[in-house]
Design a protein around this ligand. Structure first.
Ligand SMILES: Cc1ncc(COP(=O)(O)O)c(C=O)c1O
Length: 443
């Protein structure tokens, strides 16, 4: 047997080799087709092999692919920053470009801390996050994350940062709207306990992704969160790495709640996977003390703001605008959700169907009435994801249940998916779930 050299996620697993992609399909070296119902990791928002993006990438490569941000700027980077500022909720943002969602949230954390430092408030340096959350894999981003399995190995190295309740209505003992936003009030309770003088920011994913399986908060939640942040002088960071760039039927997830964040992290769909790029957007108001003070944001990476990635992201945004993909995500999301609800009506292991636009989630339970989770040893999420893949359907594993010990998946196909492709997706998914249900219910 020849030895391997590439470190893959599961070292004992076999990964098919993909040859090429077109639209919502990926094709492996043997010609097997995979319907990409998760856009990879909720990334390939406009589908694979889009010629307009390929043309723009080539055109930029023929000019220049890399300039170092400490020496030069470039037209694509300047244009992308301006475009994001015009697009983002409330407008008037600066952009700091990085390479991954983890760097984008960690940069947001650093800028939030710097904002207070520049005003002499050195004690305001903790970031509050939610118990059910994922903000990235680097140590700063992981410190802000609640994702139990991704944290476990590194807990001794992580910053002990405060966490509050997540708006996880499915398992909440109180029911919305009569709950009175108890999950939002948990933020205020914790701020009072810790002291606002120690807290720089609160970070949240508008819709909880990997750690929850598309968990949508109750109405009024974010308005209440923003009001609490303002009352206690705490910055609000929206982690839109998964929800941003049209995915939920709005360009930014936070638009569903008309809340303007102070900082926004973007990644994934910004380049739709055509090249690595992510961004931290910073509201003018937050940049003011930095501009009047040290005049330097202490962060940065070699590849930050490189023209190749910026030009690619601009081409992706053009494609989204030209194709009306924000509206498409909303409309197609409604259709796909109905299909998921139909499947749920016959598959007792589906406890909850949730999400917005084309960011949809299913949570699986051993018993619907008690919402009891499956024993971990049954690996229900892995079984479903692997069975689906064997049938040529790609879906994204997520954690569900309290402390991430439950099972959930995310369904998030490229926004260009057709009705026919959604029907195929639904039929492959139903087949998968029926089969796995037979195994785990018997066993
Ligand atoms: C909400 C959210 N934030 C941050 C990240 C980290 O992004 P990356 O994997 O690009 O570092 C992810 C990745 O799944 C995410 O879903």
């Amino acid at each position: 047997m020849t030895r391997e050299h590439l470190i893959k996620p599961l070292l004992s697993a076999h990964y098919p080799k993909i040859d090429y992609g077109k639209g919502v399909f990926l094709y492996d070296e043997h010609g097997k087709a995979y319907l990409d119902a998760s856009s990879g990791a909720v990334t390939a928002g406009i589908g694979h092999g889009v010629q307009e993006v390929i043309d723009a990438m080539l055109a930029q490569a023929q000019k220049v692919s890399f300039v170092y941000r400490s020496q030069f700027t470039s037209e694509p980077a300047e244009q992308l920053a301006k475009r994001l500022s015009d697009m983002a909720p409330g407008h008037d943002y600066w952009s700091f470009f990085v390479n991954s969602g983890s760097e984008a949230t960690e940069t947001a954390m650093k800028i939030a801390i710097q904002y207070w430092q520049e005003q002499g408030r050195l004690g305001k340096n903790k970031v509050i996050s939610r118990r059910m959350s994922y903000h990235g894999i680097t140590l700063g981003a992981l410190s802000m994350s609640g994702h139990v399995t991704r944290r476990r190995r590194f807990v001794p190295l992580l910053e002990e940062l405060p966490v509050v309740a997540a708006p996880y209505c499915y398992r909440c003992p109180l029911s919305a709207p009569s709950c009175g936003q108890a999950c939002a009030d948990d933020l205020e309770t914790n701020i009072k306990r810790i002291g606002a003088e120690h807290i720089a920011a609160f970070i949240a994913e508008p819709i909880i992704g990997a750690a929850g399986g598309a968990v949508v908060p109750p109405e009024g939640y974010y308005e209440r969160i923003k009001a609490i942040c303002e009352k206690y002088e705490i910055l609000f960071i929206a982690d839109e790495v998964m929800t941003g760039i049209a995915r939920t039927g709005a360009m930014f997830g936070m638009e569903h709640w008309s809340v303007e964040p102070d900082l926004i992290a973007l990644g994934k769909g910004l380049s739709a996977g055509y090249t690595p790029i992510a961004a931290t957007l910073v509201k003018d108001r937050i940049m003011e003390p930095i501009l009047a003070g040290s005049q330097i944001v202490m962060s940065g990476h070699t590849f930050s703001a490189n023209p190749q990635s910026a030009a690619t992201a601009l081409a992706v945004l053009d494609y989204i605008d030209a194709g009306g993909l924000v509206g498409a995500a909303e409309e197609k999301g409604r259709y796909l959700r109905q299909a998921l609800e139909r499947i749920a009506s016959t598959c007792a292991i589906i406890g909850d169907v949730r999400g917005k636009g084309l960011l949809l989630g299913l949570e699986f339970v051993a018993d619907r009435a008690s919402k009891r989770v499956f024993p971990v040893v049954l690996s229900v999420t892995t079984r479903i994801v692997e069975r689906a893949q064997s049938k040529g359907l790609l879906i994204y594993p997520a954690a569900g249940g309290v402390n991430g010990e439950g099972d959930a998946v995310i369904i998030a196909p490229p926004l260009v998916i057709t009705t026919e492709e959604m029907d195929l997706l639904a039929s492959l998914l139903e087949e998968t779930i029926v089969e796995v249900m037979g195994e785990v219910m018997d066993g």
